[in-house]
Design a protein around this ligand. Structure first.
Ligand SMILES: NC(=O)c1ccc[n+]([C@@H]2O[C@H](COP(=O)([O-])OP(=O)(O)OC[C@H]3O[C@@H](n4cnc5c(N)ncnc54)[C@H](OP(=O)(O)O)[C@@H]3O)[C@@H](O)[C@H]2O)c1
Length: 253
């Protein structure tokens, strides 16, 4: 199947490692050009170099997505240097902790940057000849309350994002823009939180793994393939879905 991504112009936030990096790499492997950002310049430069190895044009910008002006300037620069924007992937999160401060961190890092990103990119997406597309990276933690979700800020803020994305998914198609959500379950990669937990809290890790019918945690590439499909013109009639990528972890209908 041709995903129709050759020469597509894709913005991915938080793409220097983990799921965001795998998403950017999978888009590049499909022939897309990329604009990527993260806070630390060195891993970002390294990721951009690897993406350029596919022949992709890559714009990389070190920034903190909580800085609205910097995020908007990055989107404007991406549109200028790539000649437009077809697809936007919102991937950054402040993660999960039980600290009361985490509510504000998830609000400013997960929620508001998605609002600003879509707002700044909307005109460019609406002008896309392929049809514009937005993919929000959410989490299975938005959809259940048992571990590792629990009574913390992360799940509720991801649930708020799901709600907002679902609303956009019904209004933006009038402008030729689709909006979808991908919700990974526990996803393991080198240097990530689950690889760390496997070492520091093996019982918790084993308990989570035992609840996944597929018998393993997800990989960043498992998630990336779903994101790239939903973002691509091959999914042109799909808007408003929340694609769960969790190996069967969630027990729900
Ligand atoms: N891993 C999982 O098990 C899992 C499960 C469900 C959902 N998810 C979701 O998947 C997404 C990616 O998760 P991940 O585990 O791949 O995350 P990660 O390993 O923490 O990577 C996050 C990326 O975002 C960048 N970043 C973090 N804060 C930033 C900020 N304020 N401004 C700009 N860039 C920032 C990081 O680089 P810098 O640190 O240099 O900024 C990095 O490139 C998140 O939305 C997460 O909630 C993950």
């Amino acid at each position: 199947m041709d995903l129709g991504l050759d020469g597509a112009r894709v913005v991915v936030t938080g793409a220097s490692r983990g799921i965001g990096r795998a998403i950017a790499q999978t888009f590049a492997d499909e022939g897309a050009d990329l604009a990527i950002c993260a806070r630390s310049p060195e891993p970002l430069t390294e990721a951009a170099g690897q993406l350029r190895g596919t022949g992709a044009t890559v714009v990389d910008q070190a920034l903190d997505v909580t800085d609205e002006a910097a995020l908007r300037a990055f989107v404007a620069r991406a549109a200028h240097e790539l000649g437009g924007i077809d697809i936007v992937v919102s991937n950054v999160s402040a993660g999960s902790s039980a600290s009361p401060d985490q509510w504000q961190r998830n609000f400013s890092t997960d929620l508001m940057p998605f609002v600003h990103l879509v707002d700044e990119a909307e005109e460019h997406l609406a002008a896309s000849a392929r049809g514009g597309s937005v993919v929000l990276i959410s989490s299975t933690s938005a959809l259940h309350t048992s571990a590792p979700s629990g009574p913390k800020a992360y799940g509720p803020l991801k649930a708020a994002l799901n709600h907002y994305a679902a609303g956009l998914a019904r209004t933006l198609p009038a402008r030729g823009v689709r909006v979808n959500t991908v919700s990974p379950g526990p996803t393991e990669f080198e240097g990530g939180g689950w690889a760390r937990r496997r070492e520091t809290d093996p019982d918790f890790y084993a308990g989570i793994r035992s609840r996944i019918p597929s018998g393993r945690l997800g990989t960043a590439e498992d998630v990336a393939r779903a994101v790239v499909f939903l973002g691509s013109p091959a999914a042109e009639y799909i808007t408003g879905t929340n694609l769960v990528v969790d190996g069967g972890f969630l027990d729900r209908v």
